[in-house]
Design a protein around this ligand. Structure first.
Ligand code: KG4
Ligand code: ZN
Length: 356
């Protein structure tokens, strides 16, 4: 494949309208239009509102990503520069009616420009986000080379997964959540405590001032032999605890509950991470997804990894942890390297439940 392969990537899988331009594994521009404000009053993502916002925003967001990547050749008129080699889009998993907006746009642009299309698994994007380099070519893997197998821990608002990368484009799902995702659990705790949305960052901020040992909460699935997770029991335990504390008239328990909840949730993740290391002997570990912003999680992963002489790799910027299209461009680059383009004769459909 030619060097400097330029991809325009689009992601509309959930509540962020995102577009990016990548050149090989480098991020040239990365634009995200967040819908958090639209969904806040509902305490969660409302699919129909997300769809409407994606429809309104996808064009301008793409335009902005192109403008930032090609400030000299793009004037105010909207067009796809000839230098673009391919168009990538998230096919799933995600909200069906949100995914279809990005897919329709990508198809339209591909048809108009005759550029090949690459369909990307959103979770593959999170998994490969640590491989992204900045425009100058600096990133976690710019000095150290990838050594397979690589173990990926993906923790986002919709997913919690352990994935083994045998190579680029060769994945094995080792375990995943059986109910709520880690980020979703944080968000639900925040809702119970009436802290606001999205809850993860608020809970982790309050947890810093709390005592993690004040309210021992269960560590889910710690005895199970598989590599799956479950967070709904932890959520229910927290709900009962909050009820009890309210009945007793106890005040200002938020800090301690957040800290105790975070402790149990991170412990549950670490038990399975360690189990996966023992079973699959990875040479490196990568982290992805919005919950990677959680400092207790990062410390936990570093501690477990150190025990096995491993060091975890994280995306070079916070903007690559949460939903974005740059990670889709990076994943698409590795797919393009293997000739994995969408056959134009086959319809490209949204796959809301796409898995590894
Ligand atoms: O990856 P992401 O942007 O979206 C999905 O693909 O789902 O992750 C968003 C999730 C939300 O649930 C949010 O509450 C959580 O990541 N999150 C955090 C933190 N920052 C974001 N959870 C815990 N601690 C944080 N610091
Ligand atoms: Zn995501």
């Amino acid at each position: 494949m030619k060097k400097n392969f330029i991809i325009l990537a689009i992601d509309t899988s959930c509540d962020e309208t995102a577009a990016a331009v990548t050149a090989d594994d480098r991020v040239i521009s990365n634009v995200v239009s967040s819908q958090v404000e639209l969904h806040r009053k509902y305490g969660g993502v409302v699919p129909i509102i997300a769809q409407r916002a994606h429809r309104e925003r996808v064009g301008p967001v793409i335009q902005e990503a192109l403008k930032r990547a090609f400030p000299k050749i793009l004037n105010t008129t909207y067009h796809i520069p000839d230098t673009i080699d391919a168009i990538a889009v998230t096919q799933g998993p995600g909200l069906a009616i949100a995914l279809e907006i990005g897919i329709a746009k990508a198809k339209e642009l591909s048809r108009k420009t005759q550029k090949p299309l690459i369909a990307v698994n959103h979770m593959e994007g999170h998994l490969l986000s640590s491989f992204a380099k900045n425009a100058k070519g600096n990133g976690p893997f710019s000095v150290i080379k990838p050594k397979f197998p690589i173990l990926g821990l993906l923790v986002s608002g919709g997913h919690t997964q352990l994935v083994l990368m045998k190579d680029f484009c060769q994945f094995k799902l080792l375990g995943e959540t059986l109910d709520d995702a880690a980020g979703e659990a944080f968000d639900k705790l925040a809702k119970m405590l009436d802290l606001g949305y999205p809850g993860g960052p608020i809970v982790s901020e309050l947890a810093k001032k709390g005592d993690p040992n004040k309210y021992p909460l269960p560590i889910p699935m710690q005895k199970s032999k598989d590599l799956n997770f479950s967070f709904s029991g932890l959520k229910t335990a927290a709900l009962y605890l909050i009820k009890q504390l309210n009945e007793k008239g106890i005040k200002n328990y938020h800090y301690d509950i957040c800290a105790s909840f975070e402790k149990s949730l991170v412990a549950a993740l670490m038990i399975k991470l360690e189990m996966a290391i023992q079973r699959y002997h990875p040479k490196q570990i990568v982290l992805g997804g919005g919950v990677v912003n959680n400092l207790k999680l990062r410390t936990g992963v570093r501690k477990v990894a150190k025990k096995y002489h491993l060091s975890p790799f994280l995306p070079y910027s916070k903007n690559l942890d949460t939903d974005n299209a740059a990670m889709i461009g990076i994943a698409a680059y590795y797919k393009a390297n293997e000739g994995k383009f969408v056959n134009v004769l086959v319809a490209l459909d949204r796959l809301p439940n796409l898995n590894f």
